[in-house]
Design a protein around this ligand. Structure first.
Ligand SMILES: Nc1ncnc2c1ncn2[C@@H]1O[C@H](COP(=O)(O)OP(=O)(O)OP(=O)(O)O)[C@@H](O)[C@H]1O
Length: 314
């Protein structure tokens, strides 16, 4: 069942469409990874979903409630972990979580229980009375998460939660995402780190220039990537004649000398393309010392769909 529905959503700044008729369904129980280069429109989309930005066209619903018509019903179901930290340095860790708990209408014993539970969940129970000014970047991010989850929301939105933090906190955060999901929360996770999104998500959507250019499970996306084979060949030398012959081959899509004596080659998947490539090298007296096949990843897919690199722009 779909928990979140973006229907033809538009956000305009001046004349530019930062979000351009975005349609997207997120199902209950998923960890949905929203990937895209800087400026793709990820933050703008989730800010509209969380009610921090107005929607200029279309609508977004959460459990059928519209952000336009029933914003409070939507907010009650959401916990947002924003990209920019939303914590107060003058309050202790426990007071920070308490502040947000009160905003969600919690009080009394339940409030105290939930504050303790949230701090324990992010591994900051020993720091409840400390002020975040003394915390590392990673600890501040974990406190930020505690503030967003203490009301046990159905949907948790994490906007680039691992930017600029140490590996230990990063692993802690990724593990918390999995646990929160197992405990029943649906997660939307935005990032421009493709490895992270691949590792954690059950389904992935890739945005570019305000649009969703593709979405699916990792297996579905892999199938979309077609059947090209990417190979790295380490050779003892390369000649212009051999490169010219390789370039002329109809089943060899591209060949490039990426480093001295290293060739990166893209072949159509066929029984003969690799054999022919090896034959050409042999014919020109070129020795091959190593051949590696590159597994296709989301970066490859982004490149295929847009002609641009996801990584270069991140
Ligand atoms: N307040 C604003 N005024 C004008 N343009 C804006 C504003 N906020 C965002 N934009 C533009 O909207 C587009 C989408 O930005 P957004 O922050 O949503 O991208 P993003 O995918 O989240 O990127 P990042 O990974 O850098 O956060 C960008 O071109 C950005 O310059």
């Amino acid at each position: 069942m779909s928990l979140v529905h973006f229907k033809e959503v538009v956000k305009k700044y001046d004349t530019t469409l930062s979000v351009n008729h975005l349609s997207l369904a997120i199902h209950e129980g998923e960890i949905f990874g929203l990937l895209g280069p800087n400026g793709a429109g990820k933050s703008t989309s989730i800010h509209m979903l969380s009610g921090l930005l107005s929607v200029d066209g279309g609508d977004i619903t959460v459990e059928g409630y519209s952000v336009r018509k029933a914003p409070l019903e939507v907010k009650r179901r959401i916990g947002l972990v924003p990209q920019d930290l939303a914590i107060y340095d003058s309050l202790t860790a426990a007071e920070n979580v308490t502040f947000f708990a009160r905003l969600y209408g919690l009080g009394g014993k339940l409030l105290r229980e939930r504050v303790a539970e949230a701090l324990e969940f992010v591994g900051l129970q020993d720091k409840a009375k400390a002020k975040p000014g003394t915390f590392s970047g990673g600890m501040k991010r974990r406190l930020n998460i505690a503030c967003a989850i203490m009301h046990r929301p159905k949907l948790i939105i994490m906007d680039e939660p691992t930017v600029g933090i140490d590996p230990q906190s990063r692993n802690h955060i990724l593990e918390s995402v999995r646990t929160l999901n197992k405990l029943g929360s649906t997660i939307i996770y935005t990032s421009h780190y493709m490895e992270e999104v691949e590792a954690i998500s059950t389904r992935v959507g890739i945005m570019d220039r305000g649009r969703l250019i593709v979405s699916g499970t990792k297996e579905e996306l892999r199938r979309q990537m077609g059947q090209d084979e990417q190979l790295i060949l380490e050779v003892d030398r390369i000649t212009e004649e051999a490169m010219a012959e390789i370039a002329r081959h109809p089943r060899i899509k591209s060949a490039e000398e990426t480093q001295p004596r290293t060739l990166q080659v893209v072949l159509e998947e066929s029984a003969t393309a690799l054999q022919d490539l090896l034959f050409i090298l042999h014919k020109h007296g070129i020795g091959l010392s190593k051949l590696t096949r590159i597994e296709p990843d989301l970066e490859t897919l982004f490149l295929q769909l847009t002609g641009r690199s996801l990584r270069d722009r991140s």
